[in-house]
Design a protein around this ligand. Structure first.
Ligand code: FMN
Length: 325
């Protein structure tokens, strides 16, 4: 479907639909299925900072117990950074669509050189799945934000492929953050990651995880921020994530100004081949509305282009729902 072609991070994608980072993208069979189903690109399961640091520590120290060292090195064979790099290389060999590895991190320290190994393994871009949990009440929001900027500066000095920041939805000023990413040379931003959240089971009186998979109406806060961010005069590509459960959801994000749209939960529920349905739905909608390419409608309803942009700024219900007492 030539009409679904789009650009992302300087790469030409045959569809704006990307399979986002999760266990689904941790093996080559699934990656091949994603390409065959029409994904525009694949984002690999994140390699976690803990895994990288563990690898570094194991390589640089010996426990003094040969059996323990053997056990650890066997474990590392199965779960190591090398295995991850192997997945990138095999994906690059077997797929024709862009392959984007992902690193999850929460500090800006020792693991950074591994980002270079990953980027040197033929990857097309690198996604940084980053979240610093503010646990110290004495640290101000601007000091917390600085950690992101320092991380980017260090990464940029080591990595030559396009860098994408996958961020969460909570900052004092999201537009400022994205602008600062752009100023530091970041090529793309994923808005937003959806994090693990704790809930309380009152029968057992225990903390339990909230639903791991998203629902479609979780897209609305994301839509707002994509519509606002894509209206800025900055050249940073936007990939939408959270709440994509149908072709209609993909279209909504494109109308708000996203360059690409990532799907995860829906593929857990309906299988990777559901990407075909997403592409078909976008194509049918484009035909019905006389659009021959994605750029004909991308951002048509963003903060800049929509006739009443204040709708994106509104947060209080008072005016809209004054009839609801
Ligand atoms: C089981 C599961 C595992 C995930 N693992 C990762 C991961 O390793 N790295 C990452 O950046 N995001 C991860 N995510 C987040 C997804 O990539 C995605 O951003 C999030 O689920 C929101 O999209 P959705 O509404 O389409 O599910 C994971 C999500 C799920 C459900």
């Amino acid at each position: 479907m030539e009409k679904l072609t789009t650009n992302y991070l300087g790469l030409k994608l045959k569809s704006p639909v990307i399979i986002s980072s999760s266990r689904l993208t941790s093996n080559i069979e699934n990656l091949i299925e994603a390409e065959e189903s029409g994904a525009g690109a694949v984002v690999l399961k994140s390699l976690f900072e803990e895994q990288i640091m563990y690898h570094i520590n194991v390589l640089s120290t010996s426990s003094g117990y040969p059996e323990a060292d053997d056990y650890i090195s066997n474990y590392m064979k199965l779960h190591s950074v090398d295995e991850y790099i192997g997945l990138i290389k095999s994906a690059k060999k077997k797929l024709s669509i862009p392959v984007i590895p992902s690193i999850n991190c929460y500090s800006s320290s020792g693991w950074l050189d591994f980002a270079r190994n990953i980027s040197d393994s033929g990857a097309d871009a690198l996604e940084i799945n980053v979240f610093f949990m503010p646990l110290d009440r004495k640290v101000s929001s601007s000091d917390s934000e600085k950690i992101y900027f320092e991380l980017i500066e260090k990464l940029k000095s080591r990595v030559s492929i396009p860098l994408v920041m996958k961020i969460g939805p909570r900052f004092s000023n999201i537009l400022y953050m994205v602008d600062q990413f752009y100023m530091r040379g970041v090529e793309g931003v994923v808005m937003f990651n959806r994090f693990y959240e704790p809930d309380i089971d009152i029968k057992k009186m225990e903390i339990v995880p909230a639903s791991v998979l998203s629902k479609t109406d979780e897209r609305r806060n994301v839509l707002r921020w994509i519509a606002m961010t894509s209206a800025q005069d900055i050249k940073i590509d936007i990939s939408a994530s959270t709440g994509v459960h149908s072709g209609d959801d993909v279209i909504r994000y494109l109308l708000a100004g996203a360059d690409t749209v990532q799907a995860c939960s829906v593929l857990y529920q309906k299988g990777i081949s559901f990407i075909k349905n997403l592409n078909q739905d976008i194509s049918d909608w484009m035909t019905k509305n006389d659009f021959s390419k994605i750029d004909d409608f991308r951002g048509k309803l963003n903060w800049l282009n929509y006739e009443s942009p204040t709708i994106f700024e509104r947060t209080q219900f008072m005016k809209y729902f004054s009839s609801v007492d």
